[in-house]
Design a binder for this molecule. Structure first.
Ligand SMILES: *[C@@H]1O[C@H](CO)[C@@H](O)[C@H](O)[C@H]1NC(C)=O
Ligand SMILES: *[C@@H]1O[C@H](CO)[C@@H](O)[C@H](O)[C@H]1NC(C)=O
Ligand SMILES: *[C@@H]1O[C@H](CO)[C@@H](O)[C@H](O)[C@H]1NC(C)=O
Length: 530
């Protein structure tokens, strides 16, 4: 209030520009999604019991994550997303324990099951010293309560401890009517057994409470980005103030199969989880008779509807949806959908356990898709672990070779009932849902390469020659994905027998991720009170 309007304008301009830089720092990143309770324990146990159906705390911690950063970085990830960190409902509810972190009660206390303040700061420091980013899951739509909506003990909640700060009279949210903003933002998730008290995020005291909290949280733990739970259930006018207070990249959860609707949230948030493409990709790859041409159609609608596809979250598994391997056990299909996830537009996100081909052990979706990762013994030799490492390094090569790769909208240059070829920058990715038992076939792809030039599949290092029109004949075998790049542009990458520019690929990676690039990244908005 004491500032002149000129100063305010100046400060706002500065906020905008640093904010944009933060988004750009995230574009090239690749995220490993961690459900903190299920990833790694402080004691390093790989045998501790964890029955997903029991919905109890299994003992994963922030210290455990810190001890397994080599495993994560070994796949080429340079960011992690962890479960919400705040204090949740304690003890057993009719729906089990709050091991997932989505039933918070106190914004100013940490979830002690995951560790201490020192543990979380130590994790954050360890990430930054490796040049990795920390993304934290946050919930602004609701709190959690072990009981129904009519008898809530508000004094358990902090800082929102007044009934007047929540939406009453109670109504249960109807997700099928998601276009009704009043209903979707004011009715409650949860039920009469475990209520999820729905905050009046439209009120200024609640907004101020969240804004103060998030700016402190980001500063206290040097958080680099946020994943917003239930973004659909908070009115869109909430986000600009919250985003400014956070001052970091935000990707929201709008869990709907409606491309135009989901893309619309990019008017309020930096990014959204790309649910439209998620559903289309699952439909394309979940079986050998999946809908491949539908995937191409959805890619082109997203390209048109989303403001900035490079800032979307690209995923094919998460803690809310069935494991891919539970839909099909075919390894070739698993490899294709992972190649799609990492090489299509947006920031790739791989959910813990996808690299181990976890399949929920016969259960479907939540809570069965939340298996303990320690059971895998963190096997770095696992086939999909290796494939993910290869794909992350392929993506890094494309980014280093051509900075416009990250803003080039991926599009389907070819599709038929079993094959899709997509172009992004100089890269042409050819995917198939023929599966591991599929026929060997040769597919002609209008690749748009230089006439008669040589192009290399970076996954196998096999090369083909483009014809006079730039088309290539792609040998599709064993149902595996192909990722073509002009052979001449591999020079200096160290890939597929080309020389490497600096010394080794690992030293060029550490150069790109040098700590100073993290330090110069503004993690907080500048102090606008000065
Ligand atoms: C309500 O919660 C407070 C704080 O946890 C606790 O001290 C009090 O006993 C609770 N009241 C009832 C009626 O359970
Ligand atoms: C941030 O740290 C300060 C100083 O220790 C503390 O007073 C504040 O409650 C913390 N806020 C959050 C959200 O962690
Ligand atoms: C396809 O080719 C591979 C070797 O390149 C071979 O192992 C496989 O059996 C062939 N599959 C079919 C269906 O012919």
């Amino acid at each position: 209030m004491r500032l002149t309007s000129a100063l305010v304008a100046l400060n706002l301009a500065f906020v905008q520009s640093t904010f944009a830089a933060t988004q750009d720092q995230w574009r090239s990143r690749s995220i490993y999604q961690i459900l903190t309770d299920r990833f790694a324990r402080t004691d390093g146990s790989t045998t501790a019991t964890c029955n997903t159906g029991d919905r109890v705390y299994c003992g994963g911690t922030w210290k455990g994550i810190e001890s397994k950063l080599d495993y994560i970085q070994g796949m080429g990830f340079d960011a992690i997303w962890i479960s919400p960190i705040t204090k949740n409902i304690e003890g057993q509810t009719p729906y089990g324990y709050a091991f997932h972190g989505y039933w918070q009660q106190d914004l100013y206390q940490l979830n002690s099951h995951f560790g201490t303040e020192a543990d979380l700061k130590s994790l954050s420091d360890a990430l930054h010293s490796r040049g990795m980013y920390l993304m934290v899951d946050v919930v602004t739509n609701h709190f959690g309560y072990d009981g129904g909506p009519d008898n809530i003990n508000w004094s358990m909640m902090n800082p929102f401890n007044q009934q007047a700060q929540y939406h009453y009279p109670y109504c249960q949210v109807d997700f099928s009517d998601y276009q009704d903003e009043t209903q979707i933002t004011q009715c409650w998730a949860g039920d009469q057994q475990v209520a999820l008290p729905d905050l009046r995020t439209e009120d200024s005291d609640v907004r101020d409470g969240f804004n103060t909290w998030i700016s402190q949280l980001v500063a206290n733990y040097s958080i680099d980005g946020l994943r917003l739970d239930s973004a659909l259930q908070v009115e869109t006018s909430f986000w600009s103030g919250f985003s400014k207070a956070a001052g970091v990249y935000i990707v929201g959860e709008v869990f709907e199969n409606d491309v135009g609707f989901v893309c619309g949230y990019q008017n309020y948030l930096d990014g959204v989880m790309n649910y439209g493409v998620y559903f289309a990709a699952i439909n394309a790859f979940k079986s050998t008779s999946g809908d491949m041409s539908g995937l191409g159609d959805v890619l082109s609608s997203v390209k048109n509807a989303c403001k900035d596809t490079g800032l979307l979250g690209s995923f094919s598994e998460n803690h809310d949806n069935p494991r891919f391997a539970q839909l099909t056990g075919d390894w070739a299909l698993a490899k294709n959908i992972i190649a799609f996830t990492i090489l299509t537009d947006g920031i790739p996100i791989i959910y813990e356990g996808q690299e181990q081909h976890y399949d929920s052990l016969g259960g479907s979706g939540d809570p069965y898709n939340r298996e303990a990762i320690w059971y895998s013994k963190y096997n770095t030799g696992a086939e999909l672990y290796q494939e993910i490492a290869q794909l992350n390094s392929i993506r890094k090569h494309a980014v280093n070779d051509d900075s416009s790769y990250l803003t080039y909208d991926n599009w389907a240059i070819y599709s038929d009932t079993t094959t899709i070829a997509m172009r992004k920058g100089h890269m042409v990715t050819v995917l198939t849902n023929q599966g591991a038992q599929g026929a060997n076939y040769t597919q002609s792809i209008p690749g748009g390469f230089d006439a008669n030039s040589q192009v290399t599949d970076m996954l196998t290092c096999n090369s083909v020659q483009a014809d006079a029109n730039g088309n290539i004949n792609v040998p599709m075998g064993l149902g595996l994905p192909r990722v073509y790049y002009p052979t001449a542009r591999l020079a200096g990458s160290g890939m597929c027998g080309s020389t490497s520019s600096s010394s080794s690929s690992s030293s060029s990676r550490s150069k790109r991720l040098a700590p100073q690039s993290v330090r110069t990244m503004p993690r907080r908005r500048p102090n606008i009170h000065v």
